[in-house]
Design a protein around this ligand. Structure first.
Ligand SMILES: [Zn+2]
Length: 360
């Protein structure tokens, strides 16, 4: 009997090799993380009595229901389905224990300035520009509400900039996939979302993402401190629209993931920095190759780097573009994504966060 099973299996695999292969690389499990909860309300608005934790949970449940309906082959796991406190480390542990293929953390932003508005999606990175650090301090400091946080997080202090050095030891194994998902989220927000303004895809040292061992992103769906965003987030129909936008991104990501043909990343939605405060300088970007092609982005900077800057690590043959307030540096000029992918490991030896971009 046993031998027959093995023979049948071998015959099956020989007849349908593509089927067996596809089965092995499919996106099967997603973890949806509603930020905050219980005695941690997250951002609050006193006048409207709106709490971030409630909006996060509502969006998480709406998103989960859409995935369960639209992608019945995907197992949806929630870090919380009720108003309860979950430690930051445990949120990542839940994803790791379930061998999740994608981790989606949902949050609402808040800022001192009531003018700040719009959506932004973060992936784990070590960029410590000031606007990103504001989000980091707020989202990371929830660990201070935990009983034993200094043991759990090995002395990490979210308010001490020096503490953030631990993140420099990060592995970038899922960086490209994380960026791909985050870019799809922002694209959908820009195209269809009730909160139209996009602050782009950003990198930041976020503990909850750092703890996960799969592609992950943290979505800030709007600002509770901004009257327009707050009014949008307060309407169930608009929250449903936001959940649908994230679902569309998830669905597109899953299709690319399952096809194993690599990810297309729209570079135009990556990292905008302080759009209100930084006017575009008059300098034109350096000459770039014409026509659609692929390049490998090596770094992004709020300031234009001089030739020979240590940040460029000796790289002299690169393209520089000024996009949405950031100088994006990239190398190579490939006619296909596959050609760029071949070169990527070599580039990552020098620039560990490098990823492929499509340039039109
Ligand atoms: Zn939050």
């Amino acid at each position: 009997m046993k031998r027959w099973s093995a023979v049948l299996l071998a015959a099956f695999l020989a007849a349908f090799p593509a089927l067996a292969w596809q089965d092995a690389i499919r996106l099967r499990t997603v973890v949806i993380d509603a930020g905050h909860g219980g005695h941690d309300p997250g951002a609050i608005n006193k006048n409207s009595k709106l709490k971030e934790k409630d909006i996060n949970l509502d969006l998480a449940l709406r998103l989960g229901a859409l995935i369960e309906k639209g992608c019945p082959d995907v197992k949806v796991v929630y870090t919380r389905k009720t108003d309860k406190f979950v430690e930051l480390a445990e949120r990542g542990n839940i994803a790791n224990r379930n061998h999740a293929d994608l981790f989606i953390s949902i949050h609402v932003n808040s800022a001192k300035s009531t003018a700040a508005s719009g959506t932004e999606t973060f992936v784990m990175g070590t960029d410590k520009s000031s606007s990103n650090m504001e989000v980091c301090k707020r989202e990371n400091s929830v660990i201070l509400l935990e009983d034993d946080y200094s043991t759990t997080y090995e002395g990490f202090d979210p308010n001490n900039p020096e503490s953030y050095i631990i993140f420099n030891l990060m592995q970038n194994a899922h960086f490209e996939q994380s960026i791909a998902f985050a870019a799809l989220v922002q694209q959908n927000f820009i195209n269809n979302g009730p909160v139209k303004k996009s602050r782009g895809v950003r990198q930041a040292p976020l503990m909850v993402l750092w703890r996960t061992t799969m592609p992950s992103a943290l979505i800030e769906v709007g600002f509770l401190s901004n009257a327009n965003d707050r009014s949008t987030l307060n309407q169930a129909a608009k929250r449903q629209k936001i959940a649908e936008d994230i679902y569309e991104a998830f669905h597109a990501f899953k299709q690319q993931y399952d096809s194993n043909s690599g990810f297309e990343i729209d570079a135009s939605v990556l990292a905008t920095d302080e759009p209100e405060e930084e006017p575009e300088p008059a300098v034109a970007p350096t000459v770039t190759p014409a026509g659609p092609h692929w390049e490998i982005q090596i770094l992004a900077s709020a300031k234009k780097l001089k030739n020979g800057s240590p940040d460029l690590k000796g790289e002299t043959d690169y393209q520089c573009r000024f996009i949405n307030g950031m100088y994006k540096y990239s190398v190579g000029n490939f006619s296909s994504r596959e050609d760029a992918a071949k070169q990527l490991p070599a580039v990552r030896k020098k620039f560990s966060g490098a990823f492929i971009i499509k340039v039109d």
